[in-house]
Design a protein around this ligand. Structure first.
Ligand SMILES: Nc1ncnc2c1ncn2[C@@H]1O[C@H](COP(=O)(O)OP(=O)(O)OP(=O)(O)O)[C@@H](O)[C@H]1O
Ligand SMILES: [Mg+2]
Length: 238
């Protein structure tokens, strides 16, 4: 497998001091890489660096072997790195279809937009079935799935999901995790950040445990999940 995203010696923070204290991490093409870790570990900060919203103070960020650390968020989006944010982000008074279509706002080719709309409608039945309803009328989990569909309108090379299961009930959470798993099965490379370590690592091909701005453990998802140290680090508290 080829490395798609490579972070090396990454240090970054917000002025009050460094939060990420030297992160080495590789996301392989085709993988479902899941980062878990307690509140404040620096997971969202790491994602902010990858999407260009925060500039690293040291270290490198390479995407397909090219440095992207100095690029604008828009330029990084154009390279194919698309992020679904932690908070809800659909326009509540627009329909499902309008929200999904908006995902392709940078795509000029109208025919291509229509073809992708048709494709995500097939991949996510909820998008097709509820297309004329207002986004606000969907449940939290359904809205998350519509956000995934919207992100896929850009045909991302790397799709980043920040805590997609946050605030969902257990049944809906299962649906969301199954959807994430099937996007990876369909060939999408995913970088997932999760509070819910068991569910996240359970579907991951590669698992990463962060704590206090450092990577504490990494390896194949199921191995990380069964590592006795993870109980002490994290799962014990879950
Ligand atoms: N905009 C900001 N300005 C200053 N400090 C920040 C900012 N955003 C986050 N931090 C601090 O950086 C640290 C890491 O935060 P971050 O949001 O990356 O953690 P996280 O692992 O995503 O946590 P959570 O699981 O709660 O989302 C925390 O101490 C937080 O207070
Ligand atoms: Mg976060």
């Amino acid at each position: 497998m080829a490395a798609l995203l490579e972070l090396e010696g990454l240090v970054a923070g917000y002025g009050g001091g460094d939060i990420l204290l030297g992160i080495d991490l590789t996301v392989e093409e085709g993988s479902l890489t899941c980062i878990v870790g307690p509140n404040g570990a620096g997971k969202s900060t790491l994602l902010r660096v990858v999407s260009g919203l925060l500039k690293p103070t040291r270290g490198s960020v390479r995407f397909r072997r090219e440095s992207i650390a100095a690029l604008s968020p828009r330029a990084i989006l154009n390279r194919g790195i698309v992020q679904v944010p932690q908070e809800r982000s659909l326009f509540p008074t627009m329909t499902v279809w309008e929200n999904v279509r908006l995902g392709a706002y940078t795509v000029r080719d109208r025919g291509l937009v229509e073809r992708r709309l048709a494709a995500v409608g097939e991949t996510f039945p909820i998008v097709k079935e509820r297309r004329n309803e207002l986004a606000a009328s969907l449940s939290g989990g359904q809205q998350k799935i519509v956000e995934f569909a919207r992100a896929l309108m850009l045909d991302p090379t790397l799709l980043i999901l920040d805590e997609p299961s946050m605030g969902l009930d257990p049944k809906t959470r299962t649906t969301v995790f199954n959807t994430i798993r099937s996007m990876n099965d369909a060939g999408h490379t995913l970088l997932l950040v999760e509070q819910n370590a068991r569910s996240g690592l359970g579907i991951a091909t590669h698992g990463v445990v962060m704590e206090s701005g450092r990577v504490r453990l990494q390896g194949p998802g199921p191995e990380v999940l069964s590592n006795p140290e993870i109980g002490r680090l994290y799962l014990g508290a879950a």
